[in-house]
Design a protein around this ligand. Structure first.
Ligand SMILES: *Cc1c(COP(=O)(O)O)cnc(C)c1O
Length: 454
């Protein structure tokens, strides 16, 4: 187990988020209105989203965006989070690599999601909302937003992907404890949900479908906005507190990472840890390898196509320029529910297209092998999502060992898995499937979004 921690004080909590778009030479393409095929306007986005969030989404010029004092003050509940040198894991692997992880699992809800949930609830309140809606996969985002909504006095309705609603009942309980209303998706409460359920009655849901339901409810409810926990630029922006703190902590450790790794659902924790370091690559040409760890069953960055596509199953969102598997893609029911999203967001997609980062995919068994080794050597049970990052960090550390060289590896521990023990149970019982998707399935799904090719 590790005792080498790098601890900051409250004064070190960043005062501004980092907006990487301002420093990108090739900026992401604009989101498109599916009807007019023209770039979306601020006004049209503001019908669904809080004003200030829309401003952040479209801001391509300011590298630093001030964190509102009430939000920064709430960050003090658990931030700054520790950076830990994983000496236990290094020893278990017998590797010359130095492995560091940023521990975002110490937040009250157990994941990085609270970094953006507090900001989004704050801006919705500022905007005059009384109600907000959202979707959640494994329940991590829903849990974070439930807490944030309670703090800012907002009523929250959460569409939770049906498979997770049953796999992770305690996340539902957490949301309900904070006073949120939780609905299993697909549901009969929306047009989008009813359509899916009549076409496929046993549908177990997907993030894309839950997003459609949450957007629909927001559009039909007065003083109500829709929020989401990943993919959009403002979410990535809010998560940069992770990397900004880690930058200082790596300095305390006297090292600079050769590689930075994070698991990838819609890209928020990945962006959070990576963007502040990518800033050095963009502005000073600093050499750092950045890797997104995807599940083999939902490999949008490694096997998807860069094109326009909807963020949701029903097609309510604007068209987003991104790597996608097609918005009707239904990933297999892996336990890393937070990684079951078909697309990748526009900033990350542009960065990958320009070769500034890359992706590796990890199957479910390798992820749990890595999770178990990490738990045994570091004493922390990681979230199934985070385990994908650990698996790639282990691959890297073993490669360094094989080649007999030192490498400094930094990964983000996006959350703990204490509410995911049913997943560990099936791993221990030998019941976990490898997970994955065939090339034919991917090709078939991509065919259905041909019309949006660039
Ligand atoms: C939601 C979640 C993820 C995936 O979402 P990103 O936006 O890609 O970060 C990863 N890890 C945990 C613990 C999560 O809750």
């Amino acid at each position: 187990m590790s005792t080498k921690k790098f601890i900051l004080t409250e004064r070190d909590i960043p005062t501004a988020w980092y907006n990487i778009v301002a420093d990108m030479t090739n900026k992401p393409l604009p989101m498109m209105d599916p009807k007019t095929k023209q770039p979306v306007t601020e006004e049209s986005l503001q019908q669904i989203f809080a004003k200030e969030l829309v401003k952040q989404e479209l801001n391509t010029t300011d590298a630093w965006i001030e964190i509102p004092e009430p939000v920064r003050d709430l960050y003090k509940i658990w931030r700054p989070t520790p950076l830990v040198r994983a000496t236990g894991l290094e020893k278990a692997l017998d590797t010359p690599a130095h492995i560091y992880f940023k521990n975002e699992s110490v937040s009250p809800v157990g994941s990085h999601k609270l970094n953006s949930a507090l900001a989004q609830a704050y801006y919705c309140k500022q905007d005059g909302c009384t109600n907000i809606t959202t979707e959640t996969g494994a329940g991590q985002w829903g849990a974070a937003l439930s807490m944030a909504s309670k703090i800012f006095g907002l009523e929250l309705a959460v569409y939770m992907v049906k498979v997770s609603y049953h796999q992770k009942p305690y996340r539902r309980s957490i949301m309900q404890t904070f006073g949120a209303q939780v609905i299993a998706s697909p549901s009969m409460s929306t047009k989008a949900g009813r359509k899916i359920l009549t076409d496929t009655p046993n549908n177990q849901g997907s993030l894309g479908c839950a997003i459609s339901e949450a957007v629909e409810l927001a559009m039909q409810t007065p003083n109500c906005k829709y929020t989401l926990g990943s993919v959009f630029n403002w979410v990535n922006l809010h998560q940069t507190v992770i990397g900004l703190e880690a930058e200082k902590q790596m300095e305390m450790a006297g090292e600079y990472p050769d590689s930075i790794i994070a698991c990838f659902g819609g890209g928020s924790n990945f962006s959070g840890i990576a963007f502040p370091f990518l800033r050095h690559k963009l502005t000073d040409g600093k050499d750092v390898e950045v890797i997104a760890a995807e599940p083999a069953s939902c490999p949008k960055l490694s096997k998807g196509r860069f094109q326009y596509d909807f963020g949701d199953e029903a097609g309510y969102t604007p068209l987003i320029p991104m790597y996608t598997l097609g918005h009707k893609f239904m990933p297999s029911n892996i336990h890393a529910g937070g990684l079951r999203f078909h697309g990748a967001g526009s900033i990350v997609s542009q960065l990958q297209k320009n070769g500034l980062m890359r992706a590796e995919d990890v199957n479910q068994l390798e992820a749990f092998d890595a999770a178990t080794l990490f738990a045994k050597s570091e004493g922390i049970i990681p979230a199934p999502e985070s385990s994908h990052a650990i698996a790639v960090a282990i691959r890297k550390a073993l490669k360094a060992k094989e080649e007999g060289r030192k490498e400094v590896i930094l990964f983000n521990l996006s959350g703990h898995g204490l509410i995911d023990m049913a997943a560990y149970d099936s791993y221990i019982a030998g019941d976990l499937t490898v997970g994955g998707v065939s090339d034919e399935d991917i090709a078939r799904n991509l065919k259905s979004v041909e019309e949006f090719r660039i």
